[in-house]
Ligand binder design. Structure first.
Ligand code: TYD
Length: 142
């Protein structure tokens, strides 16, 4: 599992199909086509008060794809060495986050809606919620 999970550890911005139409635009996502995993769960975050942040954890196994369905926000990824900030502000692209990366979401606009497609069902034991524990997890992955 160690080597397998180490193959793709970079977040990736993925542009989705956009069907432009004078009646309104349409975008879609197919599992294992536009995103590289089976979709087991969809959840969304909304009504976020100004100045709040969400996340602040890593997943041992779960892969995610994050889309700003409405409004905008920043997804901040930390791999234990480098922190990168991705501004998501359109519903026709999103950020693929492989397992094993620390992330939080901040800088929410008014009416921001975060849609998350997940490769797993909800499982609290998959979360690493303490950054020091995350660094130990990374050390064991090497
Ligand atoms: P959590 O993932 O910790 O939120 P965030 O990382 O955005 O701060 O989830 C918050 C709460 O919601 C936590 O008690 C677990 C629960 N939850 C579920 O029951 N099912 C889910 O699919 C998710 C994502 C969270």
């Amino acid at each position: 599992m160690k080597n397998e999970t180490n193959i793709q550890k970079q977040p990736l911005l993925i542009h989705l199909p956009k069907i432009e139409d004078e009646r309104g635009n349409l975008t879609f996502i197919e599992e294992n086509n536009h995103i590289p995993f089976d979709i087991k769960r969809v959840y969304w975050i909304y009504d976020v008060p100004g100045g709040e942040q969400r996340g602040g954890h890593a997943f041992r196994m779960q892969h995610e794809f994050v889309v700003a369905l409405s409004g905008s926000f920043d997804v901040v990824i930390n791999d234990g060495n480098i922190e990168k900030r991705y501004h998501l502000n359109r519903s026709y692209f999103g950020l693929y986050i492989p397992n094993g990366l620390w992330r939080h979401i901040d800088n929410f606009s008014t009416n921001a809606v975060v849609m998350v497609l997940s490769s797993t069902s909800y499982n609290e034991t998959d979360y690493i919620r303490d950054f020091n524990e995350y660094l130990i997890f990374l050390a064991h992955e090497q």
